[in-house]
Design a protein around this ligand. Structure first.
Ligand code: HEM
Length: 522
């Protein structure tokens, strides 16, 4: 159909119409029998307006519901550190120097609903959609470089423990610590989340990380394990709980506002993208499993190699269309990239497109924000809100193979990376768990004020918990670092004297309980 705008007589760009294109002659008064009488059912304009309004919301994301987005581009450096990037991957999005690929980014918090404050102690989502010449690539990451669990089957339990209680509908720290006290692999992430690193000051001044391990594949079909890291050119800024509380008393949108305003003012935020590379092996020499997302890959052994930079320079034109309906997933890779056997990555890869078919609809990939910037040819049919016909030259043919000018596969099966896999099907955890060592190292690497804030926040979160949970957590912190455990224990003993009534308050720390500790110290 001709997309050009057509105006009826007397209309112009400002003319208000219904979705059927009928001009609206009176948008102030419902049609009624007399000016005080009842409304009538054939009142099409009114019914269309209200019934569309009634359907304005789509289900919010089950996690990461609160977010902000922006458009921009990714520019290649053509290298991975000192080496040509082609040594490791044939993905065209990285090849050449100075090549620009459009991107859309959505930042988010994780646990709170769509209107929740952006000062929450919570990881921040950092999801990037690259509209590459080979189709879309999504890098769905967080600001922190590790995660709470290493097996996707535990994700619903983790999230339930952090979301509100199913009866009171109130978040309760006892539920979160109850789960964590039985989940030692969470200790490294907890150490980050309860420190100032758990409240980035805004979206522009935070890092990003793919967290999970992916594979890169080069022209020779050699594969490498890879982790991705975004470093903000603006620098990193985190908040103490007290600073966050002050901001929250004035605004629940400060990070969204900050991002929008910076872009409006032409202060375009930038991040450089780094990768860490490992040969694609089990690496028995390491005291952790490279596919375990609760671990950092030590920087001295696996240096950060710069591959490019991203600039965000355009705000969305419509929040719902672009930010709310955007759909990112870990399965969205291009040639030159592949999955590793990281159990979290594999579970995530099912979850994203599954939820998006429910949240946005079966045809979510036809929406402008999600569709690739290149030719799409499928034999998919129908589903709610289908409008794009992406058949081949003969539109009658919606199957393959065919002799009648339908779509054809490209017959490049040898392009697929073909790892050799064999083994017994089991339900077993990985061997090299090493749950506490890196958590202790992270604790010791913090500056004094970060340690202080971490202990205060943990004590505040643990104070309303029953003793059994407190004791288990103290034991786990002690296994990470003797001082770490002792300080939490001492903080709890001091705080207990001045303990506030048990409530389902902020699960992840609040200055109220920190004040209780301070008072107890006096
Ligand atoms: C969003 C599942 C772990 C980062 C989501 C959504 C689901 C989900 C269902 C909502 C998607 C949507 O409605 O469009 C899972 C599962 C996980 C997992 C099952 C573990 C097995 C992680 C990890 C990270 C992460 C480890 C960080 C690397 C994100 C981000 C979003 C998100 C950034 C928001 C994307 C956006 O802005 O639309 N996740 N997730 N998730 N997840 Fe995960």
């Amino acid at each position: 159909m001709d997309e050009k705008k057509k105006f009826s007589q007397g209309e112009n760009e400002k003319t208000l119409t219904t979705r059927q294109g009928h001009p609206v002659k009176n948008n102030q008064n419902t049609r009624t029998v007399g000016n005080r009488g009842p409304a009538t059912l054939e009142n099409y304009e009114f019914i269309e307006k209200i019934s569309h309004f009634d359907r304005e919301r789509i289900p919010e994301r089950v996690v990461h519901a609160r977010g902000a987005g922006a458009h921009g581009y990714f520019e290649t450096y053509g290298v991975a550190g000192d080496e040509p990037v082609e040594k490791y991957t044939r993905a065209k999005v990285f090849s050449g120097k100075g090549k620009k690929t459009p991107v859309f980014v959505r930042f988010s918090t994780v646990i709170g609903g769509a209107g929740s404050p952006e000062t929450a102690r919570d990881p921040r989502g950092f999801a990037v959609k690259f509209y590459t010449e080979d189709g879309n690539w999504d890098l769905v990451g967080n600001n922190l470089k590790v995660f709470f669990i290493r097996d996707a089957i535990k994700f619903p339990d983790l999230i339930h423990s952090l979301k509100p209680d199913p009866i009171t509908n109130v978040q309760d720290s006892e539920r979160a610590f109850d789960f964590w006290s039985n989940t030692p692999e969470a200790l490294h992430m907890i150490t980050f989340v309860f420190s100032p690193w758990g409240i980035p000051a805004n979206y522009r001044q935070m890092q990003g990380s793919g967290v999970n391990t992916y594979r890169w594949v080069n022209e020779k079909n050699e594969s490498f394990l890879v982790k991705y890291h975004w470093e903000p050119v603006q620098g990193i800024k985190n908040l103490t709980q007290e600073e966050a509380d002050k901001i929250q008393s004035m605004s629940s949108n400060h990070a969204t506002q900050d991002l929008y305003q910076a872009i409006e003012d032409g202060e375009y935020p930038e991040w450089e993208l780094y990768v860490q590379i490992m040969t694609d092996e089990e690496h028995p020499e390491l005291d952790f499993d490279p596919l375990d997302d609760t671990k950092l890959w030590p920087k001295d052994q696996f240096p950060f190699l710069k591959v490019g930079k991203m600039v965000l320079n355009k705000n969305p034109e419509n929040y719902h269309n672009e930010v709310e309906q955007s759909a990112f997933g870990t399965g969205v890779l291009v040639d030159g990239m592949d999955f590793s056997d990281d159990k979290m990555l594999q579970g995530r890869t099912f979850s994203y497109s599954d939820t998006q078919r429910y949240r946005v609809g079966a045809n979510y990939l036809q929406l402008p924000i999600n569709k690739p910037n290149k030719h799409v040819g499928t034999n998919q049919e129908g589903g709610q809100m289908a409008y794009h016909n992406d058949k081949g030259p003969n539109k009658h043919v919606n199957y393959e193979p065919s002799n009648m000018n339908g779509l054809e596969e490209v017959n490049r099966d040898h392009d697929y990376y073909q790892p050799h896999v064999e083994g017994k099907l089991v339900r077993e955890s990985i061997e090299r768990k090493n749950d506490f060592k890196q958590a202790g190292e992270t604790y010791r690497a913090f500056e004094d004020w970060e340690k202080e804030d971490l202990i205060n926040n943990l004590v505040a979160g643990l104070l309303p918990c029953r003793k059994e949970i407190q004791d288990k957590m103290i034991d786990l912190f002690t296994k990470c670092d003797e001082e770490y455990g002792r300080r939490v224990k001492e903080g709890l003993a001091m705080g207990a004297k001045n303990m506030m009534p048990k409530s389902g308050g902020s699960p992840l720390g609040s200055t109220e309980s920190t004040d209780a500790i301070e008072n107890a110290k006096k």
